[in-house]
Ligand binder design. Structure first.
Ligand code: NAD
Length: 499
């Protein structure tokens, strides 16, 4: 049994709390490692090391900090297969999907290479007689991030890359379900030239999270995970005077208009609904068909595609559409919710219950489920299921469909499938949801835009990555300066360079 570690001050460090969590291989159901759960003291030790290391790192000029990111990108590409394999083994997602998880993080690292430009301040010449005014963006100090199991490479990189390139130290508390890739990323950052103590990984559960939230030295906390925990962290972090951004759960609706290309819509729904076993915060979990005729035409195309989905372990390579869910508890919760759907009167158009895979009987596999005639009062509609379960709601008309999506408490992503530009434009303008796709089912913005939902999917004001991340991880200081007249310097004859 492998005993995982923390990564503190440039070294793998064994846990000392005596508490551990099991890390499973979701495909086989076996416990493959134990991850230490840090105590308050262990967290404090990492924070003290970070606080000591951070001022020197902030004093490194932005070009040199960006070069660490350049090198890190090379190393991520070098180790892509290794990272994807480690990720799939603990998470369960397919290998191409795991490589995508690394890649979408890498793209934010690439954006961070632009730090010298992004960190430039503003300058006003002669704001008054002999007076100049300028603002600068300074690092916060020690920052921290708490990340979910479903993107163990991408989301840590979305946080630590901008935090670190801005001159902060960063403490990562990854999900205890799949901690190996975050540990590997910390090693790679140091191989890329990052000084010790600037990126540390402290594994743990609520005790470690509370130690972060209560620690006076930590200046900011980023969180991605479920909404109840997001609300808790936002409230507690803010009450301890920290800058906090929390991204929560989702229930993403895709509206299918009568004029949509039904084959395209059905293809989009199988990928967006069942990819990664539905364990994506941008997964589509509700298809809203406008009109009964649209719903019937959609289901005619959709049902055979859902029935044909191939479920299996990541070791089957490209032959598998999605893998197991993350834990036995997640599987049991999905099965429970499916039963409530049946009990509350939804029609199970594709029944994935009782799915078993030969040779993987103890794996956490869930067959694909498709519900029709779902209504907004049902538990399967209201709750984030986070599994391979797609619900179809039948709306009377466009206004009804729009209202259904707008009335849901979550507001992460949404999509509309239509050939009518006017409807698409109206939808994009009026919908109260943060990320909108027009004939694009999973509209995850690229690295140079920002990522964030509305309503109960987000607590805070700045989004993840893109320009918002540079605002979140810096403070603005504005200087007003006037100089008495003094000596003028002599000439400098060789070109200054940055070696
Ligand atoms: P989770 O909320 O269970 O865990 C997230 C993190 O919080 C983990 O690091 C975990 O250790 C910690 N945590 C768990 N319970 C805690 C507690 N009681 N007190 C303090 N910390 C606690 O979420 P998850 O199951 O790992 O991830 C799935 C969820 O994340 C889904 O709801 C999904 O929609 C959401 N998610 C949202 C986004 C987004 O950008 N909005 C992205 C990815 C995932």
């Amino acid at each position: 049994m492998q005993e995982l570690t923390h990564y503190i001050d440039g070294a793998h460090v064994k846990g000392t709390s005596g508490r551990f969590a099991d890390v499973f291989n979701p495909a086989t159901g076996e416990v493959q490692a134990k991850v230490p759960l840090a105590s308050k003291d262990e967290m404090d030790k990492a924070v003290q090391i970070a606080a000591k290391a951070q001022p020197a790192w902030a004093a490194v000029n932005p070009q040199r900090r960006a070069r660490v990111m350049m090198k890190f990108v090379d190393l991520l590409n070098r180790d892509m297969d290794k990272l994807a394999e480690a990720l799939s083994r603990e998470h369960g997602k397919t290998l191409p999907d795991a490589a995508g998880d690394v890649q979408r993080g890498l793209e934010v690292v690439e954006y961070c290479i632009g730090a010298p430009q992004l960190l430039k301040g503003d300058f006003t010449d002669s704001a008054g007689p002999g007076i100049d005014m300028y603002s600068m963006k300074q690092a916060l100090g020690v920052t921290a991030g708490i990340t979910p199991f479903n993107f163990p490479a991408m989301i840590p990189m979305w946080m630590f890359a901008p935090a670190i390139v801005c001159g902060n130290a960063f403490i990562l508390k990854p999900s205890e379900r799949d901690p190996s890739v975050p540990l590997m990323l910390a090693e790679l950052m140091e191989e890329a030239g990052l000084p010790k103590g600037i990126l540390q990984v402290v594994n743990g559960d609520k005790e470690a999270v509370d130690a972060i939230l209560e620690h006076d030295v930590i200046q900011s906390v980023g969180f991605v995970g479920s909404t109840p925990i997001a609300e808790y962290i936002y409230g507690k972090g803010c009450s301890h005077g920290k800058r906090v951004q929390c991204f929560g759960g989702a229930k993403n609706h895709m509206i299918i208009m009568p004029d949509a290309d039904m084959t395209q819509a059905a293809d989009a729904l199988v990928g967006a609904g069942y990819g990664a076993a539905g364990e994506r915060c941008m997964a589509i979990s509700v298809a809203v068909a406008v009109g009964d005729d649209t719903a019937d035409r959609l289901l005619e195309k959709l049902v055979p595609k859902v029935e044909a989905l191939k479920v299996g372990p990541y070791t089957s390579g490209n032959d598998v559409d999605y893998g197991p869910v993350v834990t036995a508890a997640a599987k049991a919760n999905i099965e429970r919710l499916v039963q409530t759907g049946i009990d509350q009167g939804a029609k199970l158009a594709v029944d994935g219950r009782g799915f078993k895979l030969q040779g993987y009987e103890d794996g956490f596999f869930v067959g694909p489920h498709l519900f029709d005639n779902v209504t907004t009062d049902m538990d399967i509609y209201k709750t984030e299921i986070f599994g391979p379960v797609l619900s179809t709601v039948r709306a009377e008309n466009y206004e009804d469909a729009l209202k259904i999506a707008m009335d849901h408490e979550y507001g992460n992503g949404t999509a509309i499938f239509t050939r009518d530009g006017d409807t698409a434009r109206d939808f994009a303008n009026r919908i109260n949801i943060g990320m909108v796709g027009i004939n694009v089912p999973i509209p995850v913005p690229l690295a140079y835009h920002t990522f964030g939902g509305w309503k109960k999917s987000m607590f805070g004001d700045l989004n993840q990555h893109g320009p918002d991340a540079f605002k979140f991880y810096t403070r603005t200081k504005t200087v007003t300066s006037r100089w008495p007249s003094g000596l003028k310097e002599g000439g400098e004859f060789s070109i200054p360079v940055m070696e």
